[in-house]
Design a protein around this ligand. Structure first.
Ligand SMILES: *Cc1c(COP(=O)(O)O)cnc(C)c1O
Length: 333
């Protein structure tokens, strides 16, 4: 049971730190809160897509691709990390941005991750938010092929069985880190979107029989939709490593109570959670993913959902660079 023989381009800064959040634990008077710093994976301010891209980009290179094509919402972190990884490998990068918010806000459309895409030299096309993401990247790839190029297409969020391998590896890494310091982790909580992160973690924890409860806080989908999407990818990535591995459906848990007004829509709970992390731990979250997950974590702790002696790990999946695209929605001036 090993992923070390699978093609991988090692660019991430690993292992990422596992640190206690003593101030927040004390302030909330709940369980012991820890943080796994996957916002520190490197490449253009880091984040969870870097781990997935180690496996996806290895596949792109082995297939002789000269351009990588992917898609995301206007302030997508995934597209930014893909553009940075491609730049590092000397590959071209073409990005399809879906205008899911329909906002004319200048900072949303130009700052944050969009600014960084330009800086990394990606070519960008904008599509309507209602456009089908897979059709849009297939279409872009077909145009590139017609020009004699060799595109490698990465689905939204890098979430397929290949990308999810990065989070199988993260599960192994966290399991090993915790063992080394004698930490019995009860729960891991993180933001879940395109589902590859949770799928990889679920498969990885199952493979090492970690006994850790995993909870994905959704940023858009309903609990049922999210769990089904995660389960599908978890089975596929588990089978890549060990055909006899079985991820149990009951091990896949999502919570959609913190979606609020929808994807990328800020609410006061998210602002409060971002301020708590920033002001008591010096840690930057983002308004779309980690802020929502942190709002969920804070609420669950306040409602005594976890035992007082539990060790909870908040997986920080990155995204703070996207915050600059949302500054006009924060109550600061
Ligand atoms: C993409 C992303 C997620 C969600 O990860 P998935 O694998 O798409 O579920 C969480 N946090 C941040 C900051 C992200 O960019």
């Amino acid at each position: 049971m090993s992923i070390s023989n699978l093609p991988r381009i090692r660019l991430a800064h690993l292992p990422t730190p596992l640190e206690p959040m003593e101030n927040l634990s004390r302030l909330l008077d709940g369980p012991n809160l820890w943080i796994k710093r996957d916002d520190c994976t490197g490449l253009s301010t880091g984040g969870n897509k870097t781990r997935k891209l180690e496996f996806l980009m290895a596949e792109a290179v082995s297939q002789g691709a000269d351009v990588v094509v992917t898609v995301g919402a206007t302030q997508s972190n995934h597209t930014r990390q893909t553009a940075a990884f491609a730049a590092r490998l000397g590959l071209a990068c073409h990005i399809v941005l879906l205008d899911v918010k329909g906002s004319p806000d200048l900072s949303y459309n130009r700052s944050g991750n969009v600014f960084l895409l330009h800086l990394h030299g990606a070519t960008i096309e904008h599509r309507d938010g209602a456009a089908d993401a897979n059709a849009a990247i297939d279409d872009a790839a077909a145009r590139l092929r017609a020009q004699g190029r060799s595109p490698y297409v990465i689905p939204a969020g890098g979430s397929n069985a290949t990308g999810a391998l990065g989070y199988v590896d993260c599960a192994f890494e966290l399991h090993e880190q915790a063992a080394k310091i004698g930490l019995a982790i009860g729960h891991v909580i993180h933001a879940t979107g395109s589902s590859g992160t949770q799928a990889g973690l679920a498969a990885g924890f199952a493979l090492v029989d970690a006994g850790i409860k995993l909870l994905g806080v959704t940023v858009r989908a309903s609990r049922e939709q999210q769990e089904e999407a995660v389960y599908r990818i978890a089975l596929a990535v588990g089978a890549k490593i060990d055909p006899t591995a079985l991820v149990r459906r009951e091990a896949i848990a999502a919570n959609s109570d913190y979606v609020g007004a929808g994807y990328g829509k800020l609410d006061s709970r998210v602002v409060e959670a971002m301020e708590l992390f920033a002001r008591h731990e010096g840690i930057l979250l983002d308004p779309v993913y980690t802020g929502k997950c942190a709002a969920g974590l804070v609420d669950l702790v306040r409602n005594s959902t976890f035992a007082k002696d539990d060790n909870i790990v908040f997986l920080h999946t990155g995204g703070s660079a996207g915050s600059f695209g949302y500054i006009s929605e924060f109550p600061y001036n």
